[in-house]
Design a protein around this ligand. Structure first.
Ligand code: GAP
Length: 442
């Protein structure tokens, strides 16, 4: 398969099976915006739950918050985003298309021109990626506000609130999951680069001098989450150190976790940055408030350093789909399987009567009702049982429960395993317990 074909396979699977749709599709869509369908929202929620459990719930040193998308615009002046959160771009003078300067390559004769119409290009200039809006009824300079381009600033401006209300001692972290917006010049590669996306970020505040050690620890912790919690294959992940010239304006050192995407090679799925005391100091100065930690042993007020693991849910979603996607031959038939870890699977259990039959259907529906309060389930009685297994394999359902004619006599059903395709017979009365043991909570 070519890279293009493999990407098309995912886009079509996502649409056909209700994972991801184009935003406002009936109007032709909108570049860089996507909607998540019934299965997509389940997978997305499972990713977020897994991150929250690992980053907040299971740790004594991290708490979570949720902050507003639109903040006082002074936040973005202090953080440096108004001045520096920009990409270089050029416009075509003829067709008016706009491109990232890095995407423009010279033609065979070494000339630079518009990739779409060969027209003349403007000089390169910086384009700020923040979406602007206006607050209140008057659209003037005084009412300008921005949709946040990262969730991180919500943690910095609430540093003092969290410190005092939760009585935290260093080191401690503040985590958040939420939407971010960037007016990307060239969104693309499906949900890889969007204009609206969700981030999962954590600011971990540490004593200056311990930052480098904590940075290394977080790189290891985050890599383990990708491989162990999400089950992404190790050989498809790598760490990449940012060279000096690539570092963000706030960073002393950044290490990315890259995934080997079929369409782009190794590309960033998460960044782990040492943001130093840049943000807290910047807000101290701009807001005229002290944002300090009182260190009892030394009797000093200090500005903590910050280690920040930052990732995008949508990019993680794409990574999981690609990494779990397998096509294999079973009894001379092709089957497509998403080998998702069970805690990520959108549907945990499918209930399938052997055939659509007036005797089997009521029993199968009773089994479905029994399982519904415990797991995300689906009931399917359309077409042959083989096709229904394939349909569930394709969306990664770990278990299918089949109700057959013997069920009417012995009140037992078979549980079919997605990966091994083995079938075990269990009494209906034990079914929720047996499945609960196989399906640990997210
Ligand atoms: N607070 C630091 C920060 O936002 P970043 O490297 O710009 O750092 C972190 O973004 C993560 O957010 C990326 O690793 C990526 O997973 C995700 N992300 C960034 N821009 C994105 C976009 N346009 N579309 C989808 N995900 C994006």
């Amino acid at each position: 398969m070519t890279d293009k074909q493999s990407m098309d396979t995912f886009v079509s699977l996502c649409k056909r099976r209700g994972f991801v749709f184009q935003s406002s599709e009936i109007y032709g869509g909108l570049g860089g915006f996507w909607d998540y369908g019934p299965l997509g929202v389940e997978l997305k929620n499972n990713i977020k739950r897994s991150w929250w459990r690992n980053t907040v719930q299971e740790r004594a040193d991290v708490v979570g918050i949720e902050t507003s998308i639109i903040m006082n615009p002074r936040v973005w002046e202090a953080s440096g985003h108004v001045q520096t959160f920009a990409d270089p771009m050029v416009d075509c003078k003829k067709c008016k298309h706009r491109f990232r300067t890095d995407d423009i390559k010279p033609n065979d004769k070494g000339e630079i021109s518009c990739p779409d119409c060969s027209g003349e290009l403007t000089d390169s200039r910086m384009f700020n990626l923040m979406f602007k809006t206006f607050i209140g009824p008057v659209a003037d300079d005084a009412s300008v506000a921005y949709l946040r381009p990262e969730t991180a600033q919500g943690m910095f401006v609430n540093f003092e609130n969290v410190l005092t209300t939760m009585r935290k001692k260093l080191p401690f972290g503040i985590a958040q999951i939420g939407r971010s917006f960037r007016n990307e010049i060239t969104p693309g590669n499906f949900i890889f680069r969007d204009r609206e996306f969700e981030q999962m970020e954590m600011e971990f505040f540490v004593m200056p001098g311990t930052d480098e050690e904590w940075h290394d620890r977080w790189i290891e912790t985050r890599m383990n989450w990708w491989t162990e919690d999400l089950g992404i294959r190790k050989e498809n992940l790598q760490l990449r150190e940012h060279p000096e010239e690539e570092l963000s304006h706030y960073s002393k050192r950044t290490v990315d976790i890259d995934y080997n995407f079929p369409f782009a090679g190794f590309s960033e799925v998460e960044g782990i940055a040492n943001r130093t005391d840049f943000d807290l100091k910047a807000h101290e100065e701009a807001a005229g408030r002290t944002l300090r930690y009182f260190d009892e042993p030394s009797g000093e007020s200090i500005v903590p350093y910050v280690i920040e693991p930052a990732m995008g849910v949508d990019r993680c979603f794409l990574t999981i789909l690609i990494d779990s996607y397998v096509e294999e031959e079973v009894k001379d038939e092709k089957r497509t399987v998403l080998r998702l870890k069970p805690h990520l699977a959108p549907i945990k259990v499918a209930v399938l009567p052997l055939s659509r039959n007036e005797k089997l259907t009521p029993t199968a529906q009773r089994v479905h009702e029994l399982l519904r309060p415990h797991f995300m389930t689906q009931f399917d009685d359309a077409q042959s049982i083989g096709r229904r297994y394939r349909r569930q394999d394709e969306i990664g359902t770990p278990y299918c429960v089949t109700v057959d004619f013997d069920t009417l006599d012995d009140d037992a059903v078979t549980i079919r395993d997605r990966d091994t395709m083995t079938q075990d017979r269990v009494p209906v009365s034990n079914l929720p317990d047996v499945l609960r043991e196989k399906l640990p909570p997210v």
